[in-house]
Design a protein around this ligand. Structure first.
Ligand SMILES: Cc1cc2nc3c(=O)[nH]c(=O)nc-3n(C[C@H](O)[C@H](O)[C@H](O)COP(=O)(O)OP(=O)(O)OC[C@H]3O[C@@H](n4cnc5c(N)ncnc54)[C@H](O)[C@@H]3O)c2cc1C
Length: 315
C-alpha cells in the first residue's frame, strides 16, 4: 500500500474529489457502540461522483475499505481497520414527487439518516415510514441490513435503488424484486454493491393528518425509550429472531439467566436479553466474548443456535 499521506495528496490534487480525507481517524465515536480503533484512511465524499472516484482509486491500489453508514449495527475492532473507511455521512439529501392520486415517491441519498428521512416525511405529510422513527443509522445501512421495525421491513417500502457495482465501477439502477429480500436479508449483503440512493413509495396525506403522523412517530420513539434502547451505547439487537425458536432471542437469553452478565466493560442488558451494552469502555473482544457465551449457553440449555445480527468489522 502506498503511504497514506501520498494517497491523501493524490485525492487533494486529483480535481475529481470533493470531501475530506483524514489520516489515522478514530472511529469509535462514529458508531453507536463507541468501540474500536482507528482508520489509517478515512474518507467522507461529498457527492456520489466523489464516492465513485474513491472506490475506483482504492480498488486500483488494492486498498481494502469498509463502508460506514451511521455505525449503528457494527462493532469495530480494537485494533481499528486495515486500509480505509468510507463514510456516507455527507451523502445526505431528500426529495419527493407525487406520482398519481395519493401515491408519492421519496428519494434520498444513502447516507441520509433514517431519522431525518422520517421527520422529512412527517413534515411533508408522507405516511408509511412512521415505524422507522427512532431507528438509528443511515438509509444505506437500513437497506443493507433490511432493517425491521415493529414488524415492518424497510424493503416493504422500497421502490428502487441505485448502487455502484464494484465489478464495473458503474452506477446500476435496481428495481425492487421481492425474491431478493427476506427477514434481515438484502441483495446488498453479497458484496460488491455500494448503495448511493433509494426511492420509497409512500402515501401523501392531507395536511390535516400531520399531527396524527407526528404523534405516531413519537409513539414509536417512546416505545424504544421505554424498552431501554438508548440507556447505554449499543448496536441494537445482537441476535436475529427466528420463528422456529418459538420466542424472541432476548427471552431465550433471559431464561438462561444471562441478563446482567458482564465481561470487561460490556454487559448483557439487565432489562433486555438481546442487547449488549457498553457500560465502561468495552472492547470488541468483551462484546465478542459475551456473544460467544450467549450462543453457547442458549445452545446447551435450549437447543437453538443464535445467529448474530451485529457485524464485527475491522482487523
Ligand atoms: C438503539 C438501537 C436500536 C436499534 N433498533 C433496530 C431495530 O428496531 N431494527 C433493526 O433492524 N435494527 C435496529 N438497530 C440496528 C441498526 O440501527 C440498523 O441495522 C441500521 O439500519 C443500520 O444502519 P447504519 O447506517 O448504522 O449501518 P452501519 O452500522 O454503518 O453499517 C451496517 C452494514 O451496512 C453496510 N452499509 C452501510 N451503508 C452502506 C451503503 N451505502 N452501501 C453498502 N453497504 C452499506 C456497512 O458496510 C455494514 O456492513 C438498532 C440499533 C441501535 C443502536
Amino acid at each position: 500500500m502506498k503511504e497514506t499521506t501520498e494517497i491523501r495528496e493524490f485525492f487533494v490534487k486529483s480535481g475529481r474529489y470533493q470531501g475530506t480525507v483524514l489520516l489515522n481517524e478514530p472511529v469509535a465515536q462514529k458508531t453507536t457502540f463507541k468501540i474500536g480503533g482507528t482508520a489509517p484512511l478515512y474518507f467522507e465524499p461529498e457527492n456520489t461522483d466523489s464516492l465513485l472516484f474513491t472506490l475506483e482509486t482504492l480498488c486500483k491500489n488494492k486498498i481494502q475499505f469498509f463502508i460506514l453508514g451511521g455505525g449503528s449495527n457494527i462493532v469495530v475492532s480494537d485494533d481499528g481497520f486495515d486500509g480505509a473507511v468510507i463514510s456516507t455521512s455527507r451523502l445526505n439529501d431528500i426529495k419527493f414527487r407525487l406520482v398519481s392520486g395519493s401515491s408519492a415517491e421519496v428519494t434520498c441519498l444513502s447516507g441520509t439518516p433514517t431519522a431525518r428521512l422520517v421527520s422529512y416525511c412527517t413534515q411533508n405529510c408522507l405516511s408509511g415510514i412512521e415505524k422507522f422513527a427512532g431507528l438509528p443509522g443511515s438509509i444505506g445501512g437500513a437497506l443493507f441490513m433490511n432493517a425491521r421495525c415493529f414488524d415492518l421491513s424497510i424493503s416493504g417500502l422500497l421502490k428502487s435503488a441505485e448502487y455502484i457495482d464494484l465489478k464495473t465501477m458503474s452506477t446500476v439502477h435496481y428495481d425492487f424484486c421481492e425474491n431478493d429480500w427476506d427477514y434481515k436479508r438484502s441483495p446488498f449483503q453479497c458484496g460488491g454493491k455500494i448503495l448511493t440512493s433509494a426511492t420509497f413509495t409512500l402515501e401523501k396525506k392531507h395536511s390535516d393528518e400531520l399531527e396524527r403522523i407526528a404523534a405516531e412517530c413519537r409513539r414509536y420513539v417512546n416505545e424504544r425509550v421505554q424498552k431501554g434502547h438508548f440507556k447505554y451505547p449499543s448496536a441494537g439487537s445482537v441476535f436475529k429472531n427466528n420463528r422456529d425458536f418459538g420466542e424472541p432471542s432476548g427471552k431465550l437469553i433471559d431464561e438462561c439467566g444471562l441478563c446482567g452478565k458482564r465481561i470487561g466493560g460490556a454487559q448483557i442488558a439487565p432489562w433486555h436479553g438481546n442487547f449488549i451494552v457498553n457500560t465502561d469502555n468495552a472492547t470488541q473482544k468483551d462484546v465478542r466474548d459475551l456473544v460467544d457465551l450467549a450462543v453457547r449457553t442458549v445452545q446447551e440449555k435450549k437447543g437453538f443456535l443464535l445467529q448474530p445480527e451485529i457485524i464485527f468489522c475491522g482487523k
